[in-house]
Design a protein around this ligand. Sequence first.
Ligand code: NDP
Ligand code: 2IT
Length: 445
Amino acid sequence: MDARLEAIRGTVLARNPGEGEFHQAVTEVFESLGPVHDRHPEFLEGAVLERLCEPERQIIFRVPWTDDAGRVQINRGFRVEFNSALGPYKGGLRFHPSVYLGIVKFLGFEQIFKNALTGMPIGGGKGGSDFDPRGRSDAEVMRFCQSFMTELYRHIGEYTDVPAGDIGVGGREIGYLFGQYKRITNRYESGVLTGKGISWGGSLVRPEATGYGTVIFTEEMLKTRGKSFDGQRVVVSGTGNVAINAIAKAQSLGAIVVACSDSSGYIVDDAGIDVALLRQVKEVERGRLKDYETRRPAVTYVDGGSVWDVDATVALPCATQNELDGDAAARLVRNGLIAVGEGANMPSTRDAVAVFQDSGVLFGPGKAANAGGVATSALEMQQNASRDSWTFAHTEQRLTEIMVGIHDRCAATADEYGDPGNYVLGANIGGFVKVADAMLAQGLI
Ligand code: NDP
Ligand code: 2IT
């Protein structure tokens, strides 16, 4: 790493002890930015990196609620408002027991660059809670969301900070959060949250957008080698919002998706995953992946283990951070992998990324490949601002244009900086320069 940036990185790590995921995300971005600072000494003089790594505001709060047995439960809520150079803070809320400040900050930091790459007017933020929705009734989830919003509402707004979903937060949770925001503020402020239901201000294609966008981005990478999804053998991790829609889109382009996972195990379905059955099990019944196996003959369910043990030509990690390590990457590469599109945020460890890049595998980092979700959130904000609602076809067309645009910008930036095909470099530099220019233009704030 460039010595000037290494010194700044050292200070950032020392100021934020115990936040391993945040350190990892910062390090990965800094490794790309040496050449930018040779060309733009004003970024160093203006201490842009030091400012970027310090969130504009961090909110941590108590979330008290009662469970169905009447017992008092206490969780911790977070919202990190990281950077507003390009627009209101924008990014999801994650409800998962692993959530702590370091996770929220890594996600918020990545979100700054991702949102810049979309070309939409949105800054970066992220939030969530260590609440575990698994096994909780709808009534418990509602009481939790109402309590969470009873604190969060004073910090957010259409022009301030616009949360959405992430792990553990989907349409149900956004509904409860929106209802409580409306009740407390007495305002029907559609633009305060995205991922809303279609009949009350949501956008068509938002539920599909992240998974679809990841596949569109990956298809663009494949095209640069004269290939496509048609006939590829694909493995997807996760079976949540991003994973299921990535599976659907990849299969619509002619791929065979042979495996997917949840946090308990994975299935191998050599005929190609039955998306309708998967949606029934995971989205309608909120069941476990094991339930899929019991209804479809010739499917293997592996309890525990890693879905990356299944051979693939294209891998789409769509579950969580650091789920694909260097050993798994090396094994996949040995067995014919040609492309990786990250639907999740930072799913590949630094070792895994090095393996993919050293072996010439096409590698689309999350901040570029999964930007379709937040981009479509920005399209939802546009529709809310104009009190309009667009058709599925129009919105999908906009999503496609945005993803192709992100791909082309990353590729062009990698070319410009002398490392063709390096989408990590292209995404980091492309996102950073846009934010850095805006920060300098807006003065020392
Ligand atoms: P969901 O909650 O819908 O699904 C998450 C999936 O990942 C589930 O299958 C879950 O399994 C699995 N999973 C979660 N945590 C772990 C873990 N610690 N270990 C193993 N498996 C795990 O979330 P999303 O699909 O929305 O999000 C998936 C990824 O995509 C995240 O990295 C998120 O940040 C990212 N992302 C999401 C966007 C969105 O629009 N939703 C936009 C851009 C990125 P189980 O059910 O067993 O918990
Ligand atoms: O990681 C992400 O980009 C998201 N979870 C979506 C954020 C959003 O505001 O739609």
